[in-house]
Design a protein around this ligand. Structure first.
Ligand SMILES: Cc1cc2nc3c(=O)[nH]c(=O)nc-3n(C[C@H](O)[C@H](O)[C@H](O)COP(=O)(O)OP(=O)(O)OC[C@H]3O[C@@H](n4cnc5c(N)ncnc54)[C@H](O)[C@@H]3O)c2cc1C
Length: 205
């Protein structure tokens, strides 16, 4: 990984790269080497990984493997409220299966699908999350991408609704453009959120 903000305490220098060891058990005798999914043969992995300073004598419990995500072709199968087009009253998709990638994205689409399912259970039509919001942009991406070549995505600024030409010409600074996009996204999300009946409010009533 990139050694952003890290210095070697022995030399004060920034290293070329760093590896993250994630503790796997309470005994702290098993660690996951983050981000080492690869195709190398196991013998080669042991040889190469032992070249990393500190891992010269490591014992490898499992070797890196490439994992494959399971996901449906959301642009062909889902509507804007994460419902299966051919079974919109009862089947919704979220998380990795729906074509989003990452912990936050999976949790967020899970929450969204839950809210939509609650609307359906009340006999109401779910209100789609606005495209301007970050979550709306992600859902917009998975439901509008090219179905012939669909690839899962994380949320990035690229997915957010672009600013109008006039604003882009006026605001040259990328950080400022992103700030405007975030401000709009939050405002759109808040407006939509205020229309959603909250279970806690129902419980209080
Ligand atoms: C090695 C690796 C590293 C990753 N690192 C990161 C990271 O650092 N940051 C990040 O944001 N994302 C990371 N991801 C991606 C992230 O893990 C996924 O995007 C996210 O976990 C997907 O969440 P999910 O709830 O949709 O699916 P999952 O987390 O896969 O959950 C699905 C659950 O359904 C269960 N299940 C499956 N079939 C059935 C069935 N028939 N009946 C009942 N239950 C069933 C499974 O056992 C599982 O518990 C990583 C993924 C991998 C593989």
């Amino acid at each position: 990984m990139k050694p952003v903000g890290l210095r070697d305490p022995r030399t004060g220098q920034t290293p070329w790269a760093v590896v993250q060891l994630r503790k796997e058990n309470l005994r702290a005798d098993s660690y996951n080497l983050v981000g080492f999914q690869n195709h190398l043969k196991w013998g080669d992995q042991a040889r190469v990984l032992r070249l990393i300073p500190g891992l010269e004598n490591a014992r490898f419990l499992r070797y890196g493997q490439i994992h494959r995500n399971t996901y449906i072709c959301a642009p062909a199968l889902l509507d804007e409220t994460l419902r299966l087009k051919i079974e919109p009253r009862t089947i919704l998709f979220a998380g990795q299966l729906s074509g989003v990638e990452g912990y936050t994205e999976s949790i967020a689409t899970g929450l969204l699908a839950g809210l939509y399912a609650a609307s359906l259970a009340r006999g109401e039509e779910p209100t789609p999350i606005p495209r301007t919001s970050a979550l709306g942009s992600l859902v917009h991406y998975i439901t509008h991408a090219d179905a012939k070549d669909f690839q899962p995505a994380n949320i990035t600024f690229d997915l957010l609704e672009p600013l109008e030409e006039e604003t882009r010409k006026r605001v040259r600074d990328k950080k400022e453009r992103h700030r405007i996009q975030c401000e709009r996204a939050l405002a759109a999300f808040d407006a939509w959120w205020s229309t959603i009946p909250h279970p806690t409010a129902e419980l209080r009533a």
